[in-house]
Design a protein around this ligand. Sequence first.
Ligand SMILES: [Mg+2]
Length: 284
Amino acid sequence: MSRRGESDGRAGSPRGVILDLDGTVYLGENALPGAVEAIAALRAYGLPVVFVTNKPLEPAAAYAAKLTRLGIPTGSDDVITSSRVLGDYFARQAPRARVFVIGEPPLQEEMRRVGLQLTEEPAEIEYVVAALDRTFDYRKWNIAFRALKFHDARLVATNGDRTCPVPGGEIPDCAGIIAALETSSGRQVELIAGKPSPQMIRAAAARLKVRPEQCMVVGDRLETDIVMGRAAGARTALVLTGVSTRAEARRQPKPPDLILNNLGELAERLIENQPPGTRRAERL
Ligand SMILES: [Mg+2]
């Protein structure tokens, strides 16, 4: 007989929680309802938490500082960004590669930090790195195009999102830049580091010191957060404080394990479902 929660082959109750940021923990400069209290309760209960974001616009330290400012004390190692995952990929696969970065200064800095050489000379470029870049222009497009089309450079990207949520709406994200490069050069992107890639959840689970299938992934987007968690065998929870709706979740061939009105409900659900005898949070 298997005990409660162990019958599906996953390792009982989750042993760590992977949380999306925008639309899950906060929106703009405001924490979402219940988020601060829920994260404090999970941590008090002994469930470690790590944050993941596809946004390459700021270094992890800036997101950690923002969380801390909102009442969620966080160190920069507990924020996994798509730029960091891409940096780790280069450190393993192609250290010291010559790259052309379509991206903003924090991403360029991350690429330099791992030892890559940044260049704008098409014949020298081994990799074109595509990311959300609010200064993307024809000059950058043409450098990347020439490297990809005529010098056999490879194309990788931080994330594949069509849009990026910002206060008051959305702005175009990396998918359009990837499309511009692919369409003009005839080349295909080889790696997209951000959610829903397996590299992203592996990096987050490694930080939690557990396996991906021992995690609970919580996010507001079905096609990134939930797809990533399900593909890795993790439990998943959709929060309805961001992009995806309950109706969309129910139409999925593989819907999330939980659909929550907000992150505040997560602590109640997870802590309720811990096996008897484990430590209870003093207060929710
Ligand atoms: Mg989100």
